[in-house]
Design a protein around this ligand. Structure first.
Ligand code: SF4
Length: 353
């Protein structure tokens, strides 16, 4: 139970303004943050506020959620829509970038607002909220009209912000469409684990479709007992979990943290799926590593942990082209000659072709 509730004090609430952050001991002065919170949405749930170590000025949880004046530093290479959602949006709420799958952006709000978010220009309480009934119907009609769609990825914002009633209605609608896989993308198990209730898990379960949930988590400390409980409720209901992690400077750009995180995912029955290179979102240069640093970390991961625990390191090509696999290759080919890199770093000739 939360410490404040234990003491009979008012229930803590989500921090949403510079003044809230100062009152919670997460910022010294609100004046230096007002411009940042005006530009980009801010929310830190009680669970995550509790997790922040106030004594550590470099705390990796604080770094992800507490606004920073560095966000006002805009770089020429940064883009308001870094992965080109809008160039593939045939109807409101549908992103059709790859032939066999679509994104269904059900809501534009989140329980927390990550300071590095690639959709930071599109999410927040002042944006469009959720799809209206007519927009949702048009989105579902689009899916029905495209039988090549095999998978619907429900995203946002964070679609676990839907009420259980609306999540149930959406699941039932999708069950009536001849596609096969429903995948939810969410930060909720980390941000507000109690909202991943047994009731919510039951309503997104399906007898006729395969349902997956991809959990966004970037640091092993985010996997608290409550978060692990939320993940267990999903897995125990027969919903396989995948991980999504963003490689972030000052959060997880060291091999010990990444190794611990990937091992913790597997132990929690979450299959490591993607390690995203940080996108060119506005005001996020202080989070970006170089690709070379990312590749070096991924190579070290491969040398240290089981194949089961390996994520794919990917970069979204700006403009919405596709993801590029950024993992370093262990194979060199030249003039028909193949050489393979071993975990000792030595390249060896391969007799096959
Ligand atoms: S939860 Fe996802 S969509 Fe929401 S702010 Fe974080 S990264 Fe962006």
């Amino acid at each position: 139970m939360n410490r404040l509730l234990d003491a009979g004090l008012p229930a803590p609430r989500t921090l949403r303004s510079a003044d809230d952050l100062v009152a919670a001991g997460l910022a010294v002065s609100s004046s230096e943050l007002t411009a940042v919170t005006a530009a980009y949405a801010t929310a830190i749930t009680p669970s995550l506020a509790d997790l922040i170590d106030r004594a550590d000025r470099a705390d990796p949880i604080a770094r992800q959620f507490v606004p920073s004046p560095a966000e006002l530093d805009l770089r020429p290479e940064e883009l308001p829509d870094p992965i080109g959602d809008h160039t593939h949006e045939p109807v409101t709420g549908i992103i059709h970038r790859y032939p066999d799958r679509v994104l269904l952006k059900a809501v534009s709000v989140c329980p927390v607002y990550c300071r590095f978010c690639f959709r930071r220009e599109m999410v927040g309480p002042d944006k469009d909220g959720s799809l209206s009934p007519s927009e949702l119907e048009a989105a579902l009609a689009y899916i029905r009209q495209h039988p090549e769609i095999w998978e619907v990825i429900i995203t946002g914002g964070d679609p676990f912000m839907l009420s259980a009633r609306r999540a149930a209605a959406l699941t039932r609608e999708l069950e009536a469409v001849p596609m096969k896989v429903i995948r939810w993308h969410t930060r909720m198990p980390v941000a507000d684990p109690d909202r991943v209730s047994s009731e919510f898990v039951a309503v997104i379960s399906s007898r006729s479709k395969a349902v997956y949930v991809a959990v966004h988590c970037n640091h092993p400390r985010e996997l608290t007992p409550a978060t692990l409980g939320a993940c267990a409720r999903l897995v125990d209901a027969g919903i396989p979990l995948l991980s999504q992690t963003v490689l972030l400077k000052g959060v997880n750009d060291d091999i010990a943290t990444l190794e611990q995180l990937m091992r913790a995912f597997v132990q929690a029955r979450i299959k490591p799926y993607y390690l995203h290179h940080a996108d060119l979102a506005p005001g996020t240069s202080h989070f970006r590593t170089t690709v070379e640093q990312g590749q070096d970390l991924v190579r070290q991961l491969r040398d240290r942990i089981s194949g089961l625990a390996q994520p794919a390191y990917v970069i979204d090509i700006p403009g919405g082209v596709s993801k590029a696999l950024a993992s370093p290759a262990d194979v060199e080919t030249e003039s028909g000659r193949v050489r393979l890199r071993g975990r000792d770093g030595v390249m060896r000739d391969y007799a096959g072709t």
